[in-house]
Design a binder for this molecule. Structure first.
Ligand SMILES: Nc1ncnc2c1ncn2[C@@H]1O[C@H](COP(=O)(O)OP(=O)(O)OP(=O)(O)O)[C@@H](O)[C@H]1O
Ligand SMILES: CC(C)(CO)[C@@H](O)C(=O)[O-]
Length: 293
């Protein structure tokens, strides 16, 4: 059986300036953020079997728009959806890149459909374009889907750990509505321009303090974790529902978080781009039923 696997990193958007033009291909965001691994992995096979993975509405919308007819698709994510690490965008892009690979549909069409699905379902603005066009530390310089010019610039990052705690799930539509009672459009543009002028972990750390954590204030548990467990961090941010602490060596941070009752998921910064590859499952065909491969 022929299958295509796609791997897509997670994305931590630290600065975002929503750009709403009234058409989902052209809507998006300017902004900046970091790519994280392990990646989301999607496997699409030319056999019936349906979708197995987190039930993310934009992923199913995107697959249908590419003509998906219930073929086998399995998606695995290292981080839960709904906590601000663009799991919805990464799952949607991975599933659609894998399916597009299987059906000889261009990857840019898959990325455009993934972007449109994210915008229409209210789960993201700039994540798909950042993930598809950049890597490492990304700066989104043109909003919109990749096929209509949406683009992010990539800057390499060092090998560092990202200790991430999913603290509480927050709906992206709620985030985008409520942030304007805490920050202004000028605050967002100011933070964005500063990172664009000097794209570095230091400028992102400043943006995290001056913009992100004002737009999405950390709850008490995260404030305590920041005070007690982040003294050696390169960057600390609370975004939407997750606390992320970027460090050289993660074990002390994880232990410290455990002591105050918070369970971390260990991620790394990554310079790897999304990719797809063919897999021939002939050898393993017995292990590959419609529900498990
Ligand atoms: N257990 C779950 N908790 C939260 N959302 C879930 C869950 N399972 C599926 N979903 C779906 O996943 C999507 C989460 O999208 P959302 O944009 O909130 O989060 P995200 O992509 O992880 O983070 P962000 O886009 O803010 O970076 C929603 O469409 C939601 O319906
Ligand atoms: C809106 C958003 C902050 C949700 O995580 C993200 O999609 C972005 O940066 O455009």
């Amino acid at each position: 059986m022929k299958c295509v696997e796609a791997r897509v990193p997670l994305h931590l958007s630290i600065v975002w300036v929503p750009v709403v033009r009234g058409d989902p291909l052209h809507d998006g965001s300017l902004g900046a953020g970091l790519m994280l691994e392990p990646p989301v992995r999607a496997l699409a096979c030319n056999a019936p079997g349906g979708y197995h993975g987190p039930k993310i509405p934009p992923a199913l919308r995107c697959l249908r728009s590419l003509g998906w007819n219930n073929e086998f698709i399995r998606v695995e994510t290292p981080y839960p959806p709904g906590y601000g690490l663009a799991v919805s965008g990464a799952v949607t892009l991975a599933a659609c890149l894998a399916y597009a690979g299987l059906r000889a549909i261009s990857s840019i069409r898959a990325a455009d459909e993934a972007h449109v699905a994210e915008v229409l379902e209210g789960t993201g603005l700039g994540d798909v374009t950042a993930l598809y066009t950049a890597w490492g530390l990304e700066v989104r310089v043109e909003p919109g889907a990749p096929g209509v010019g949406g683009r992010a610039e990539a800057h390499p990052v060092e090998e560092l750990w990202a200790v991430a705690v999913p603290v509480r799930s927050v709906d992206t539509r709620v985030l985008l509505r409520e942030m304007w009672s805490r920050v202004t459009q000028d605050d967002a543009i100011h933070a964005y321009e500063a990172v664009r002028r000097e794209p570095s972990l230091e400028s992102l750390a400043r943006a995290a303090r001056e913009f992100t954590m004002r737009a999405t204030p950390p709850p008490e548990a995260a404030r305590r974790a920041i005070a007690e467990c982040s003294s050696r961090a390169h960057l600390v941010v609370y975004k939407k529902g997750s606390l992320v602490i970027i460090v050289d060596e993660p074990h002390n941070t994880i232990e410290c978080l455990e002591k105050i009752g918070l369970r971390a998921i260990l991620l790394r910064l990554t310079n790897t781009r999304p990719f797809t590859r063919w897999i021939d499952l002939r050898e393993n065909v017995k292990q590959c039923s419609h529900t498990t491969c």
